[in-house]
Design a protein around this ligand. Sequence first.
Ligand SMILES: *[C@@H]1O[C@H](CO)[C@@H](O)[C@H](O)[C@H]1NC(C)=O
Ligand SMILES: *[C@@H]1O[C@H](CO)[C@@H](O)[C@H](O)[C@H]1NC(C)=O
Ligand SMILES: *[C@@H]1O[C@H](CO)[C@@H](O)[C@H](O)[C@H]1NC(C)=O
Length: 573
Amino acid sequence: MGVEGLNPENTPVGEKKKRKTGPEDASYITTAVIELRPALYMELMFCKWVLAFLLYCWLIFAVGFSVEGLHENSRVRGVNLGGWLVIEGWIKPSLFYDILNGDMLDGTEVQFKSLTLQKYVSAENGGGMEVTVDRDIPSSWETFRLWRVSESIFQFRTSQGQFLTCNGDGGNVTAAAESASVTETFYIERNLNNRVHIKLKSGTYLRASKANQLTADYLGTPGWDDNAATFEMIIVSNILHGDYQLANGHEHDKAKEVLKKHRNTFITVEDFNFLYRHGINTVRIPVGWWIAFDPNPPAPFIGGSLEALDNAFSWAQAFSIKCIIDLHAAPGSQNGMEHSASRDGKTGWPTSPDHISQTLDVIDFLASRYAKHPALLGIELLNEPSAGSVPLDILVSFYKQGYQIVRKYSSTAYVLFCQRIGNADPFELYQANLGSENTVVDLHYYNLFDNFFVNMSSLDNIQYIYKNRQTQLQALNSANGPLVFIGEWVNEWNVTGGSQTDYQDFGRAQLEVYNAASFGWAYWTLKNDIKHWDFEWNIQSNYLQLQLGYSSSNQIFILVLFLGLACGCSFLH
Ligand SMILES: *[C@@H]1O[C@H](CO)[C@@H](O)[C@H](O)[C@H]1NC(C)=O
Ligand SMILES: *[C@@H]1O[C@H](CO)[C@@H](O)[C@H](O)[C@H]1NC(C)=O
Ligand SMILES: *[C@@H]1O[C@H](CO)[C@@H](O)[C@H](O)[C@H]1NC(C)=O
């Protein structure tokens, strides 16, 4: 295997120590024997050959799965640069401070209850029909997702995806518009008790009519008492805090300022130094599709992420670290989550051929720009497509085209295919014939985000790693086709009050098992306000002990065999 790129010093500490033990101990033993019993020289020579052969076997075994582009016998020991060029509010909540009506960002789910009728506003059938004010108990038809125009101007999307619309003074509000423009735009006045008035641009307020309709015909200006134009607004969920919410939440200039500062300070050259010193040889860098349009991406996205990615490549190169570019957010969103920059929780990517072809253009842009950069290790075509909304055939077709695009620019860069999240078996990607050279399937292993892990003890968690994770990894490792990558995992679980030792044990188990992945692993994530997710905190606080993780039982077995035979050789004489 062609192996180049990483500085030898970059080999993880534990592995280096272990590799030294073998040959040095053995030569010490054989030299001693030669001095003591020169008459047996010939036989000892034979022993030496045996030892040399075993040493050779051991080295071959150790380098068996090496990754092209990394130094010597290494695989990816990576860390994700999460929350940097793709925003996730939970990683750094302060980015969202100071937004006016900051609890009314894009995608926030709201309900409205009339104070005169004591009924909820409802889009019959979830959209496409009249809007009534006649429900006692709110559910999905009564829940609207905000599209924010400014801190006081909004559009309202129904559960089926239509928008509330009103053709003007005196009209009824319906829920039949398939897209949002002037007639779908409403002005909100809000008081401290979460009471709201909703009005048209003309100034006419909406009211709940006695016939249980939502109509644009309130006469005059309502106060905050229980009148027909005053509604209680209930915020049902406010979970999306991604690039769309940030850029569209702040005023445009403020958003530029916040993102510029974040991109310049959250990750710096010092972090690459830290990673290098701790034996990390790769970073996986999430990027959003708008990077291809730098410096002027479509609104509301903010330019500048391309320059930051260029910096990351330079810093990586300086510390002999490799980069995996990971397209984390595709146009339309491939999973409805904030980290795919979904505006309102919908997954629009798979149903739009335009979005899919734009995504291929982004891959083309990234591949052409970085293919010849010495720090490039690979390109991941799409992070975490949702199994529930991205059909396998659509994804496979995209992955195959993406592979060909990367190959136009590079014959060696790895092409990474992320497994679908949710209910999908990663084997589906092994059966799909996605590409012939240097391909990788990326699995994300979290003992979180699923009721399955709730109430598990620390021991249960560790056993799950050794049983389920290891079994799946071994099966995929020996399957024909792509290498296996645990591209996201974290030293955190659903256990409350775990001790430092508990965390060390959990981290050790994960490292031991994930070290066997044929391509390697990457921790999620380098920095996080929640310390247990923060790689640097884990290392500095000794909650994650990287060097212990490198004890591959197979290598120890061969080493013991090797030393055993060495001793055997000397005692025989
Ligand atoms: C509003 O809706 C009601 C009930 O469907 C209907 O009777 C009325 O004519 C509508 N008004 C307007 C102005 O469309
Ligand atoms: C976890 O344990 C609590 C308390 O015993 C129980 O109420 C809850 O249903 C359990 N949750 C799950 C997902 O098993
Ligand atoms: C465990 O999972 C439950 C349910 O998802 C969640 O409410 C709780 O906060 C989690 N606890 C920890 C320690 O992660």
